[in-house]
Design a protein around this ligand. Structure first.
Ligand SMILES: Nc1nc2c(ncn2[C@@H]2O[C@H](COP(=O)(O)OP(=O)(O)OP(=O)(O)O)[C@@H](O)[C@H]2O)c(=O)[nH]1
Ligand SMILES: [Mg+2]
Length: 406
């Protein structure tokens, strides 16, 4: 576990870069840590907030959630029925659109595929209705009926569709949606009227964030306010407004940049020859140059390490996979000795290559700036709790260091 929680900082720098030392603060405002969460779409920002909410339910001694006025929210009210029902419908929409994409992908090479299937026709028709309607596909008016569960299960049982899902050709399916697609029981649950989402389901729901939202938590002794902003292209233009709005707050500020490790081989649909990871690094560079960010301590979460390892494993099994990995990551993967027992390969050195890239960007911007970097998996409660404890511990101890200088 320790190796997952890297900490890289210089104690003195932490003192000089913490925000608000010269400002007058009330006791209440002064001990709140603000996290400005940024990163491109799908990196896992909102999942981090959802995981924190789940931890408030699971470990109420260490995690608590508060309303806008810092009143404690009851554990039972953290996710109310209305929100859970909405999230369940979001998963239904995601499963429906994933099935639609899979059918269309297979038909690119086999035009007549599933032409006589009633299930395929129903899914394609329902999806067209969603896409053609004037409202956003996640609009509350788009309620997906229970019967689509059986249609989706039938479509996924088709061998060609299955192969397309598991081996390609590549279809854009969100990582969270794969969690449901992989397990027929989960699909059945989602389309059961009386079923209520579990915490494990909740952290796999994918719904892009529009605009920004703030959340208040206590993690052990630390009071934090997390400002979550959408990372789609249409949202990123709002970063200056987001920073202006929140950087004026009185408190200690962190820029929490979330970048998906899994994006290293995914082509960026906007710029040819660039990967989604390249795009994330480019946005990170831009953010560092923005007014006010200098006042923040930088924390980077390299998220989706589970998917990263899965993709590396899959690539290594392909004939040309090793060379391809080296091409996109810049260093060769280590080859597991045949028959070697013990720890499974975790591709740490490949993750480190990505981390070094971001470290370089930080150094180029300001080589005295303090920073923290962590490898994360926002969907894993146990791992995230360990990381949140480490963050709490590091920040609290930096308070003590700071106190010596004031
Ligand atoms: N396998 C895996 N999936 C993850 C992880 N973190 C997030 N996801 C999934 O990735 C999808 C996208 O996550 P979000 O939290 O919505 O991403 P975001 O950064 O908030 O995206 P925007 O709001 O569009 O900026 C969701 O379906 C999550 O369940 C992870 O560590 N591993
Ligand atoms: Mg989001």
């Amino acid at each position: 576990m320790g190796s997952l929680c890297s900490r890289e900082e210089d104690g003195n720098d932490t003192v000089t870069t913490m925000n608000g030392q010269n400002k007058k603060k009330t006791k209440k405002e002064g001990d709140i840590i603000h996290f400005f969460m940024l990163g491109i779409e799908g990196a896992g920002k909102t999942t981090i907030v959802r995981q924190l909410k789940c931890l408030c339910i699971q470990k109420p001694q260490s995690y608590q959630m508060y309303d806008d006025s810092w009143n404690l929210i009851d554990r039972e009210k953290i996710f109310d029925n209305y929100e859970l029902e909405n999230l369940k419908n979001v998963v239904r929409i995601n499963l429906l659109t994933a099935a639609n994409s899979l059918i269309r992908k297979v038909r690119e090479t086999d035009e007549e595929h599933m032409r006589s299937s009633g299930a395929a026709a129903a899914v394609l028709r329902r999806c067209s209705q969603l896409y053609e309607a004037e409202v956003d596909i996640y609009d509350i008016s788009n309620q997906i009926e229970d019967e689509y569960g059986a249609y989706i299960i039938e479509i996924l049982s088709d061998p060609q569709i299955r192969r397309c899902l598991d081996q390609g050709p590549p279809v854009k399916i969100e990582d969270g949606t794969r969690f449901f697609l992989k397990d027929e029981g989960r699909i059945r649950n989602i389309f059961t009227h009386s079923y209520q989402l579990t915490n494990d389901d909740i952290v796999h729901v994918r719904k892009p964030t529009v605009s920004f939202k703030s959340y208040k938590f206590r993690i052990k002794q630390l009071r934090v306010e997390i400002h979550d902003m959408g990372g789609q292209k249409s949202e990123l233009v709002k970063i200056p407004q987001f920073m202006r709005q929140f950087l004026t707050t009185d408190g200690h500020c962190f820029l929490l940049y979330v970048s998906s490790l899994a994006a290293f081989q995914e082509p960026d649909k906007d710029v040819k020859g660039r990967t989604v990871l390249d795009k994330s690094a480019a946005i990170f560079k831009l953010v560092l140059e923005m007014n006010g960010v200098d006042e923040c301590t930088v924390m980077i979460f390299f998220n989706k390490q589970d998917r990263f390892e899965e993709i590396c494993r899959e690539m290594m099994q392909k004939e040309d996979g090793k060379r391809q990995l080296e091409k996109v990551l810049g260093i060769p993967p280590k080859v597991q000795k045949e028959g070697k027992k013990g720890k499974p390969e975790n591709y740490d050195h490949l993750k480190d290559a990505i981390r070094s890239r971001f470290k370089e960007i930080l150094k180029e911007n300001n080589d005295k700036k303090s920073y923290y970097m962590k490898y994360t998996q926002a969907t894993d409660a146990q791992l995230m709790s360990t990381i949140f404890y480490a963050v709490e511990n590091e920040i609290i101890s930096s308070y003590f260091t700071q106190a010596r200088y004031i």
